[in-house]
Design a protein around this ligand. Structure first.
Ligand SMILES: Cc1ncc(COP(=O)(O)O)c(C=O)c1O
Length: 367
């Protein structure tokens, strides 16, 4: 049975605001016509502000992986060499997507829980002068580590390569400046810091992103997530249906409601609110004798990880919180499975009281 009182504190999907979910239940609108096109375009405009870009933004119906698929599949051709950063589960996922497109994937690795050193990218690029692109995860959700996207971007641009960033869990929650940071293609998702339900995958493409896409129109990429197709429809059907598919209209309305709320609060103020929650949570966890997974200087403002109580698998803590306290937190992925717990504060609905509720529940587990 679904626990309707469950406090969702996992790193996506998050619990959207009430007004956002109300829109999901409104009568379904047609996905074409001038009225709908205006709503869609306003949503794209709001996304542009949050991506910090003057470039193009598309809204795919799908999850974050759909947006990533779209970026890699549209920009690169089978056999081309691409450098992928791997320091966690989602870096590995990025490599898997690259491999699936038959790209010649070269890895820059860093320990899980440690951010990349930009110089590591410099070294690998020097050794692979024929590489055409670099792909990096911004917030590595599996470890809570924020990678130095801006610094890596300077190196990538200097080499004239294509820079693809996975901002699935960061967009709207931590600073990200697509144009200023030399990002050519960027993928995100509706169900995390953007505060909406799962189902939509924003993709941003800058001028140079198009240059890479336009190099070779016959990439062997399919139709649905092919950015060439999305651009074609955004132009040819601009006044009534500026996308190639049946748009998920209620999801777009929900996302728009959520984006309006972020912009009304102010993106910086919202980010600061999340940061304060992170500090409250970290102090509280320390007070309970738990060891935080990252030192304070690597603190993520939207997601916190801590080791489990000594000798106790994280799954026991997670199950206890869900069954006894109606709080759902996440565990570790891959090699961190059963070692860490992850508590998300990337939802606009998350309050200080929610953080205190988690801390109180963890305290009762101990006693
Ligand atoms: C950084 C990152 N990249 C990619 C993904 C995959 O996104 P999705 O599950 O929406 O396809 C996730 C999901 O949590 C993520 O956190």
């Amino acid at each position: 049975m679904v626990d309707t009182n469950l406090l969702l504190m996992i790193p996506g999907p998050i619990q959207p605001e009430r007004e956002v979910m109300k829109v999901m239940g409104d009568p379904v609108k047609a996905h074409y016509g001038s009225e709908w096109t205006e709503i869609y375009n306003l949503t794209i405009e709001a996304l542009r502000k949050i991506f910090n870009t003057q470039g193009d933004v598309f809204l795919m119906v799908g999850s974050g992986s759909c947006a990533l698929d779209s970026c890699l599949g549209s920009a690169f051709s089978t056999g081309e060499k691409v450098i992928v950063g791997v320091n966690g589960f989602f870096g590995e996922r990025l490599k898997a997507i690259s491999d699936c497109y038959g790209l010649n994937t070269i890895i820059v690795e860093s320990e899980w829980g440690e951010p990349f050193k930009p110089s590591d990218f410099e070294k690998v690029i020097q050794k692979n002068q024929d590489a055409i692109g670099v792909c990096v995860v911004h917030l590595e959700t599996s470890t809570t580590i924020i990678n130095p996207i801006e610094e890596i971007g300077k190196i990538v641009r200097k080499q004239g390569m294509c820079y693809v960033v996975d901002a699935v869990s960061s967009l709207g929650g931590i600073p990200l400046k697509i144009d200023d940071w030399n990002i050519d293609l960027c993928a995100s998702a509706s169900q995390k810091c953007l505060g909406a339900p799962p189902g939509l995958a924003p993709v941003a493409v800058g001028e140079r992103g198009w240059e890479f896409i336009d190099r070779n129109k016959s990439k062997g990429h399919g139709w649905y997530t092919n950015l060439n197709i999305w651009r074609k429809f955004s132009k040819e059907w601009a006044d009534w249906h500026p996308f190639p598919i049946t748009m998920a209209t209620n999801n777009v309305l929900a996302l728009k409601t959520s984006l309006d709320s972020v912009l009304q609060e102010g993106v910086e103020l919202r980010m600061e609110r999340y940061r304060q929650l992170a500090i409250r949570l970290r102090n509280g966890l320390r007070g309970l004798g738990l060891n935080l997974y990252t030192p304070d200087e690597l603190m993520s403002p939207v997601l916190t990880a801590s080791y489990s109580y000594p000798g106790i698998p994280a799954s026991e803590v997670i199950t206890y919180l869900e069954e006894k306290h109606h709080i759902k937190i996440a565990g570790g992925l891959g090699s961190l499975k059963n070692k860490i717990i992850r508590i998300s504060h990337m939802a606009p609905t998350t309050s200080e009281e929610d953080i205190d509720r988690v801390l109180s529940a963890l305290n009762q587990f101990k006693s």
